[in-house]
Design a protein around this ligand. Structure first.
Ligand code: UDX
Length: 437
């Protein structure tokens, strides 16, 4: 099938490349000319495991092309995905201005379709949006192109950065919100080769499924982080509590890892936007507010642990391992690791930072306020303590004896619980983690 993707960011590019891999003809559009130029040369502008190869292969096979003109999308394809960003505004609402301007442009193009390109278009919202955005998109396009033959559908994305290709090609489920049999049949055809339950529903329910799912995941993380604080009070082990809880299949093992809280471009934004839209609709979703509150204070909780042990941080040289918001990505948006770096700098600490992939991105925020180490080992040389903020596999595999020799003091603050406290004690470390004795 012919598909257009408008918005070639982390979601749009992965979605486009995966549809191409399934044999569809895909055109990806973005108004960032530099990005499109780079992609035309076959270069992916960010790090996501396997994506470079996937994009190169599908470009070579001419199933994946790029353009900066929405007209190309509208002329080329029957299915047009909108995957532009929906950042938060200051009051916590989702900013739909990019979606609105894309709709305006789509409408303008629908009005002047060449004769040989006339026909039905299905416009699919994939960006995370508040409930009833589908309705808005429909009304906007209708307003600017009253004669256009189109429908709107919702198909929320659930891809997880760091394993985006796997979670797109092999999703747990595919959610599709439609208003007609025709739209349903197109979406069924599009996903025919995917081995996943297809949930066909109405547009508003589909939109809610996305916000509700991400909020539920965030709730699990905040829940276990609250349990971790209780564990600290009584010297119990939160990983054991999580394991015991998670074996109940109604609860499940995933998203019960205690740490320094959730970050990234989705969970923090989606929970805030869901709370906001609920309030607008007349329901105070207090539970979500608590989820956010626990998350927002988890970093303070961790910094307090550091301050308690080191007393003050002024001029103390510390190593920080991890800058991305989670492993296997260079994405630092809403990264708890970056927040920790900024807090430590504010307290007067001198930081040596290292991340396997996110150094370049981190420089855009941390600038000259820290030193950038070339390796995890270089970062810990002659430091008073090591702070771990992202659970990269590279850190789990590190030679802890070598690390100990390089440090001034064998002192580690692990915000991601990556090491076993007993082993750390045997190795002679003073090891502070979250919710484990
Ligand atoms: C998330 C959703 O999982 C995905 O379905 C969605 O559509 C987009 O948003 P992503 O932002 O890529 O995906 O990251 P995710 O794997 O959900 O992790 C989010 C944050 O939670 C990270 O900072 C991670 O470190 C943290 N996390 C995750 C925990 O602290 N504990 C856990 O047990 C799991």
């Amino acid at each position: 099938m012919k598909i257009a993707i408008i918005g070639t960011g982390r979601v749009g590019l992965v979605t486009g490349a995966c549809f191409a891999e399934k044999g569809h003809q895909v055109i990806c559009i973005d108004n960032n000319l530099q990005k499109i130029d780079q992609l035309k040369k076959g270069k992916v502008p960010f790090y996501e495991p396997g994506l470079q190869e996937l994009v190169s292969r599908n470009c070579r096979k001419k199933r994946l092309i790029f353009s900066s003109h929405i007209k190309d999308a509208v002329n080329f394809s029957e299915i047009i995905f909108i995957t532009v960003g929906t950042p938060l505004t200051e009051n916590g609402a989702a900013d739909l201005s990019d979606i609105e301007s894309v709709c305006y442009e789509i409408a303008q193009c629908l009005k002047i379709l060449p004769k040989d390109k006339l026909g039905y278009r299905l416009i699919v919202e994939k960006s995370t949006v508040p409930v009833e955005t589908g309705e808005k998109i429909k009304n906007l396009i209708k307003k600017y192109a009253p004669q256009a033959n189109f429908e709107v559908a919702s198909n929320p994305e659930f891809l997880q950065e760091g394993c985006a290709i796997k979670t797109t090609l092999y999703p747990d489920r595919i959610i599709v919100g439609v208003e007609s049999k025709q739209a349903e049949s197109i979406m069924r055809q599009l996903y025919a080769s995917f081995q996943a339950p297809l949930v066909i529903t109405d547009i508003k329910s589909a939109e809610l499924i996305k916000h509700a799912s991400n909020s539920f995941l965030a709730m699990k993380i905040s829940f276990i982080n609250a349990i971790a604080r209780i564990c600290d009070l009584v010297k119990a082990d939160v990983t054991e509590v999580a394991r015991g809880m998670g074996l109940d299949h109604r609860i499940g093992q995933e998203f019960l890892k205690a740490g320094i809280g959730y970050g990234g471009s989705c969970l923090p934004k989606d929970i805030a936007a869901f709370s906001y839209i609920s309030r607008q609709l007349g329901y105070q979703f207090e539970l979500l507010n608590k989820v956010q509150e626990i998350n927002n204070t988890q970093i303070d909780y961790f910094i307090d642990k550091i301050k308690k042990e080191l007393r003050h941080l002024k001029d103390k040289v510390l190593a920080l391992w991890g800058l991305s918001f989670k492993p296997n990505t260079d994405d630092i948006r809403e990264s708890p690791a970056i927040k920790i770096a900024l807090r430590l700098i504010k307290e007067g600490a001198k930081l040596k930072v290292y991340d396997p992939k996110a150094m370049k991105e981190a420089r855009t925020i941390l600038g000259k306020s820290v030193r950038y180490a070339k390796s995890a080992y270089e970062a810990v040389r002659k430091v008073e303590a090591l702070v771990i903020a992202t659970d990269w596999e590279e850190f789990r595999q590190i030679n802890l004896l070598r690390v100990k020799k390089l440090m001034l003091h064998p002192l580690i603050f692990d915000g991601r619980n990556i090491f076993d406290p007993k082993t750390m004690k045997e190795l002679g470390y003073t090891y502070h983690c979250i919710g484990r004795p």
